[in-house]
Ligand binder design. Structure first.
Ligand code: ADP
Ligand code: MG
Length: 474
């Protein structure tokens, strides 16, 4: 058994013990990196993923591994960042599909599908149906629908050929491209559809050149009804493959086969691609995708959380929509983390807890409290301030309320007072009452001390600044 088979068997055995959500959050992208004697090294896509598996799932993974390879005694973990972008084989995701369809056995390809022409890298979840249309992507979506129509209907000739979708990272290009591919396959299983990434396609071309089989490659692609190629900016500077690429495309266009491209820029800006190839790519229709507006982002968050069976309060939906401003992929990351917290710690998400997740994902993240500025900060009460400060300084919340004179407690405590005053606009009396019944002059002196430090000590200034940022104060 090779490493992948071992891991698949482990997941199969665990199928009944872990939920689909746990699988998608923690197991989907994990691989066995090495089997050596009695030890197995598991590679995880992120540090956080590694920590979770190590602390919560080691025992169950090990016992299932032992059932397959009895000699295994030890389990080690490492982070392999390249896994986060890796495609997950359908055999693996199928184990945890909620659908009741019996899983296809390997080597028994669906009779209708030409196995050579099908790639297994599209994610079934990407459909045009679950793509949320709003400003920013309306035009690209309409173009994809038109291409879908003309491809499945044999009476129609390709309408926009090629269709070229472009835009920044995480704005839905891959979703649209895989959506077309999946929908065409579903609506007309007779059609031959290829979705692939420019990188994979390039490797295929290189192999064909090496083994002098470029003719065969071209023949293979000539038989395709729809060819979808993602991220063609990858071809920049790869002169040798561009030549072969150009020939392949010419064939496809000549035979009136539909082609769809995506890139992070319009064809005219793909400087490292030859003029004739560029002009070929820009020949048909070009459509860009941009960051959708707030309302559309809310709709996307709803769609994604429903897909996962997650129930999010309006507050939380709005908070996520406000803070995701450049890359929609972050929505998936956040929902994964939220799902895990609900699943494992049974904590319902709040804007505060999601703010924490955001910073975990990206420490540079600027937190905005509300889209229209109607709320001033994430903290609504002394409790919120205490939670954030105790978390930040890693001191127990109760110690902030107490009377300890230790410097490492007094300093965070006085900073909490300052935040209550500045952010929550509380009076000295009210702060004193909330902090274990202290006299208002104690509070006043404490705050004054921190204010003085703010002018003279850059460390204090940095702490206060960071905490205010955590609280979403501008
Ligand atoms: P790109 O290929 O442009 O980098 P992706 O297609 O991978 O971006 O999109 C990133 C994530 O955002 C995916 O999970 C995708 O489903 C989601 N997404 C982007 N736009 C939409 C949309 N309009 N409706 C639903 N999900 C979207
Ligand atoms: Mg993409």
């Amino acid at each position: 058994m090779d490493k992948n088979e071992v891991w698949r068997s482990v997941l199969e055995r665990m199928g009944s013990k872990i939920s689909r959500m746990e699988f998608h959050t923690w197991f989907k992208k994990v691989k066995i990196a090495e089997i050596s004697g009695a030890a197995i090294l598991l590679a995880c896509p992120t540090e956080m993923n590694k920590n979770w598996l190590e602390s919560k799932y080691s025992a169950v993974i090990l016992s299932n591994l032992k059932a397959i390879l009895p000699e295994i005694e030890k389990l080690y973990f490492q982070v392999d960042l390249s896994l986060s972008d890796a495609e997950v084989a359908e055999e693996v995701t199928d184990i945890f599909q909620p659908t009741k369809n019996p899983r296809k056995l390997p080597n028994q390809p669906n009779a209708k599908v030409d196995s050579e022409l099908t790639t297994r890298i599209t994610q079934k979840k990407f459909k045009l149906d679950n793509f949320i249309v709003g400003d920013g992507n309306q035009f690209a979506f309409a173009a994809c629908e038109a291409v879908l129509q003309s491809t499945v209907d044999s009476k129609l000739t390709p309408k926009y050929n090629p269709l070229f979708i472009y835009g920044g990272v995480g704005l839905g290009k891959t979703h649209l491209l895989q959506g077309i591919a999946n929908d065409v396959r579903e609506k007309n299983p007779e059609l031959k559809v290829i979705y692939t990434t420019a990188e994979r396609f390039m490797n295929e071309i290189i192999n064909a050149i090496k083994s002098r089989k470029t003719d065969e490659l071209r023949k293979k692609y000539r038989r395709v009804d729809l060819f979808v190629l993602d991220d063609v900016q990858f071809f920049e500077g790869k002169e040798k493959t561009q030549e072969e690429l150009f020939n392949t495309f010419n064939d496809l266009f000549e035979f009136k086969k539909q082609v769809v491209f995506s890139a992070d820029r319009p064809p005219s800006e793909l400087a490292g691609i030859s003029d004739r190839l560029r002009s070929r790519m820009g020949w048909g229709l070009q459509a860009d995708v941009q960051m959708p507006n707030y309302e559309t982002r809310i709709a996307i968050i709803r769609e994604k959380s429903q897909e996962r069976g997650l129930l999010l309060s309006h507050d939380v939906q709005e908070f996520i929509a406000t803070n995701i401003r450049t890359n929609l992929r972050e929505i998936e990351n956040i929902l994964n983390q939220i799902a895990a917290e609900i699943d494992i710690n049974k904590i319902s998400p709040t804007p505060q807890s999601v703010g924490k997740i955001l910073r975990k994902i990206n420490p540079e993240h600027d937190i905005t409290v509300s889209e229209d500025g109607s709320k001033l900060s994430l903290a609504r009460s002394t409790d919120d301030v205490i939670t954030i400060v105790s978390d930040y300084f890693q001191v127990p919340a109760t110690s902030l309320l107490g009377t300890s004179r230790k410097k490492e407690i007094v300093f965070p405590r006085q900073i909490s007072w300052l935040l209550c005053k500045d952010v929550l606009k509380m009076s000295y009396e009210a702060i004193g009452a909330d902090f274990g019944g202290k006299n208002h002059t104690t509070i006043m002196h404490g705050i004054r001390k921190i204010k003085k430090l703010l002018r003279t000590d850059s460390t204090t200034a940095r702490h206060v600044h960071a905490l205010k940022k955590d609280l979403g104060v501008k």
